[in-house]
Design a protein around this ligand. Structure first.
Ligand code: N2P
Length: 362
């Protein structure tokens, strides 16, 4: 009897300590989207080990999640993908009792996110930003002359302009949900239109300049801009500002600007969400709650140049970042931003077919 009790106690102890050692959280986040020091301090403070993988398009994330058993505990879809994946029951409801730092969230941003996730039941905003233009100022000026405005979709969509930039290199995000809205807006159409005839017009405009685009890719443009390998990128705000910072640190004389096109640009929201089949939901909540600490959110914003959904972080964000209209748009730029929603299955088939043709140039 005593032996048995002892054996049981040993088992419990062994199990307990193994569990303590084993506490892990598996994160699947966008590339270039966190301060690595944040991951270290999370492990130091909680004892939870972080396994961290990255992706650079919503489509890759969506495919993994729809296949099921991804093994991930926390993932970061953009609005329309959050919306569609909630409908497919991919995410669990968040346990608010485990997220005391939700009180630090930015109410206006949470309200906008509710368009994709009614009641904010499944997602918490991590970062938000815009999709616009990254420009190598000197080289673009030299080719387009002093009078050409640079904050316009014309740089890509007017064949006579993108034709002059083709040899110094243009990259475009490999993400129809990011590119179609801007192109639709530039054409004077509804940016969130799912009408096949509108999508066809946007596709035609892109096909007309396809030959001027060196690559459709969603993360290589950071280094390509910073090294001077390309002179125009249609990309994510903070990524382009990271390219600017890399060039400044390298002191290579390359000046990069992020410009929100005057015609308008897409504003997007990337949310932290927990898959229904996450192996470590408790640790997932602990990780999300850690990211909602104002000092942690500010460290991330300072590092990656995206605005955090944690409103309470703003006083801790570096003043030059707070003052950067590419990160925190001023009222005028804000008025020109729009959002998008998920296409239904039929519209998605149209988008996928058109996008494949644009990318392959056929
Ligand atoms: C990070 C890109 C995140 C923005 N590299 C995509 N919504």
């Amino acid at each position: 009897m005593i032996l048995r009790a002892l054996a049981f106690a040993c088992l419990v102890l062994a199990g307990g300590s193994a569990a303590a050692q084993d506490r892990t959280v598996n994160i699947y986040n966008w590339s270039d989207y966190i301060d690595p020091a944040v991951l270290e301090s999370f492990t130091k403070q909680t004892g939870i080990k972080v396994v961290y993988d990255t992706f650079d398009t919503n489509e890759i994330l969506e495919t993994k999640l729809l296949a099921g058993r991804s093994g991930y505990d926390v993932v970061v879809p953009s609005g329309p993908f959050l919306q569609r994946l909630i409908r497919a029951s991919v995410f669990q409801k968040l346990d608010r009792d485990r997220l005391p730092n939700l009180r630090n969230a930015w109410p206006e941003i949470a309200a906008r996110l509710a368009a994709f996730d009614p009641g904010n039941l499944h997602g918490v905003n991590y970062m938000w930003g815009t999709t616009g233009l990254g420009v190598n100022l000197a080289r673009v000026r030299e080719r387009l002359g002093p009078d050409q405005p640079l904050d316009t979709w014309d740089l890509l969509l007017k064949p006579e302009l993108s034709g002059k930039l083709a040899d110094c290199g243009i990259h475009v995000l490999d993400a129809p949900e990011d590119i179609f809205p801007g192109v639709l807006k530039a054409l004077g159409l509804e940016p969130d239109s799912k009408k096949p005839e509108d999508l066809q017009k946007a596709a035609d405009a892109l096909t007309a300049v396809r030959g001027n685009v060196r690559k459709f890719h969603s993360s290589e443009y950071i280094n390509a801009l910073a090294n001077g390998d390309i002179c125009l990128a249609v990309g994510y705000s903070g990524d382009i500002l990271q390219a600017k910072k890399r060039a400044e640190e390298a002191k290579n004389g390359i000046g990069i600007a992020y410009l929100i096109p005057r015609e308008g640009a897409l504003m997007w929201f990337d949310s932290l969400a927990i898959p229904t089949d996450a192996p470590h939901p408790v640790e997932a909540h602990a990780f999300i709650d850690f990211l909602l600490r104002p000092e942690v959110a500010a460290a991330n914003t300072n590092f990656i140049a995206y605005a955090s959904g944690v409103g309470a972080a703003r006083p801790l964000v570096r003043p030059e970042i707070l003052a950067d209209p590419g990160i925190y748009p001023d009222a005028a730029a804000f008025g020109r931003l729009f959002t998008n929603t998920a296409p239904d299955e039929r519209a998605q088939r149209v988008v996928t077919r058109l996008w494949t043709r644009i990318r392959t140039g056929r």
